[in-house]
Design a protein around this ligand. Structure first.
Ligand SMILES: NC(=O)C1=CN([C@@H]2O[C@H](COP(=O)(O)OP(=O)(O)OC[C@H]3O[C@@H](n4cnc5c(N)ncnc54)[C@H](OP(=O)(O)O)[C@@H]3O)[C@@H](O)[C@H]2O)C=CC1
Ligand SMILES: O=C([O-])CC(=O)C(=O)O
Length: 440
């Protein structure tokens, strides 16, 4: 049997969590089979930590309010009640707990992603997880709400939830860091300002990961501009292998697959080998030269070359913006799905002959792309969390020209943030048309 505990070091939240304790109490018939929860307000006020962890299989009943738990923690009310139950069969096959940190955890994307992570859909039914959620002064209350919803979902695999506003605390021992939080570009804001503001966030988070996360932490940067944010984060985390940093371009890959399937009149599972080259921006290059439909080169199935070069390419590049026009906010659910896809691609062997796209560090790339940037390229994984770049891809003039354009944009973005990557004095000469997918 397992024991879990709920504690908080954010004094303002203490009272509020009474209600969540009650909700747990009413759910106790199920939770209690797994763990005991305790509640421990401490004097710290800036950082909130709410955790539910598997700690022991020994139990006592009805410890009074504010009593000392066997682990030396002060527990509270119903969370001190423990249950003497036999270990459930399923827990015997469980893997060691995986620590997953998520920034921007009170945002729209996270609101979809966290529940997928906790359900077991991402890491599998034998993989218990701990969620470490990073918010800010702005979002701490909302983050408590997120934590409460996670509690109320009774996910058996979700063994710990902690929330906080200090990345040096929240990222402790993280084995995955899903970095989603970023300031959206407001009306009239220069892209250089956006790069600087978000770059500062990612520089700080890189430093924090470097200091306290697992040294093999896998980092997926989602917050825009994600390629350059990933580069900044990586440069501020010299103890973590550069290869471990990814910028999310999986949503672009998924969008491209969908459009090709639609045009070819097939279901989208027939589209493979889809590379997105370059920046997660309107200069990205969805590669129809190497992609396949039902195992055939795309251009043998879709003969309309003009459509591929113009409409298809632009549709993928600007899909995010069209969605914002319709929805009134940027893609959240499909982005969360694509983060799940990106993680699964790293922890599952890539199917024979196929590959996936990810924004990764260009050093040592076989394509002649300039080194020292984060650029989306085709990758394969053995399922061990690592990846290799795919060597057997072909290029034509169209593809090379497009790749050059997105490369130039990323180099310009990099020059804007030189002060954050430790590469000298920044100056910003971004191409006029540099835009996020959502900004068209
Ligand atoms: N790579 C990709 O494919 C995609 C990337 N995105 C990007 O993902 C990011 C998150 O999107 P989404 O979840 O929808 O956004 P939301 O606006 O819902 O949430 C973003 C979070 O960012 C945090 N944030 C950090 N710094 C600031 C700041 N200075 N001002 C305001 N908020 C800040 C906020 O959390 P807190 O206050 O807790 O820090 C907020 O909860 C965006 O940058 C978006 O452009 C979106 C779609 C696709
Ligand atoms: O610009 C945004 O925030 C949205 C975005 O990245 C996308 O939809 O691809």
């Amino acid at each position: 049997m397992a024991v879990a505990e709920l504690s908080t070091s954010y004094t303002k939240t203490a009272t509020r969590y009474h209600s969540s304790q009650l909700s747990l109490s009413s759910a106790s018939s199920r939770f209690s089979h797994h763990f005991r929860r305790s509640f421990r307000p401490t004097p710290r006020t800036r950082n909130a930590t709410i955790s539910c962890s598997v700690t022991s299989d020994q139990v006592q009943a009805q410890i009074p309010v504010e009593a000392e738990s066997p682990k030396g923690k002060t527990c509270y009310g119903v969370f001190c009640v423990t249950y003497d139950l036999k270990a459930e069969e399923e827990t015997k096959s469980w893997e060691k707990l995986v620590n997953i940190a998520v920034s921007g955890a009170a945002g729209m994307i996270s609101n979809h992603l966290l529940f997928k992570l906790a359900s077991g859909e991402v890491f599998g039914p034998n993989q218990p997880i701990a969620l470490k959620l990073l918010g800010s002064e702005r979002s701490i209350q909302a983050l408590e709400g997120v934590a409460m919803e996670l509690e109320d979902s009774l996910f058996p695999l979700l063994r710990e939830v902690s929330i906080g506003i200090n990345p040096y605390e929240v990222f402790q021992d993280a084995e995955w860091a899903l970095l989603i939080g970023a300031k959206p570009r407001g009306p009239g804001m220069e892209r250089a300002d956006l790069l600087d503001i978000n770059g500062q966030i990612y520089a700080e988070q890189g430093k924090a990961l470097n200091a306290v996360a697992s040294h093999n932490v896998k980092v997926i940067v989602v917050g825009n501009p994600c390629n350059t944010n990933a580069l900044i984060c990586m440069k501020n985390a010299p103890n973590i292998p550069a290869k471990n940093f990814h910028a999310l371009t999986r949503l672009d890959e998924n969008r491209a697959k969908c459009q090709l399937a639609l045009k070819a009149g097939v279901f989208y599972d027939q589209v493979s080998n889809m590379t997105i080259w370059g920046n997660h921006s309107t200069t990205q290059v969805p590669d129809f030269l190497n992609a396949r439909i039902s195992g055939l080169p795309v251009q043998e199935v879709i003969k309309d070359h003009k459509w591929l070069e113009e409409e298809f390419t632009e549709m993928v590049q600007k899909r995010g913006g069209v969605l914002i026009q319709k929805w009134g906010r940027s893609s959240a659910a499909s982005t969360a799905v694509s983060i799940v896809d990106a993680i699964k691609s790293l922890i599952t062997p890539t199917p024979e002959g196929d590959w996936f796209s990810s924004g990764v560090y260009t050093n040592g790339n076989p394509y002649g792309i300039v080194e020292n940037i984060v650029f989306s390229m085709p990758c394969r994984s053995k399922g061990d969390g690592d990846y290799e770049l795919v060597k057997d891809v072909i290029f034509d003039d169209y593809l090379l020209n497009r790749i050059k354009k997105t490369e130039a944009e990323l180099l310009a973005e990099k020059r804007c943030v030189a002060h954050l990557t430790g590469e000298g004095i920044a100056y910003c000469d971004l191409p006029e048309d540099t835009m996020l997918p959502g900004e068209m």
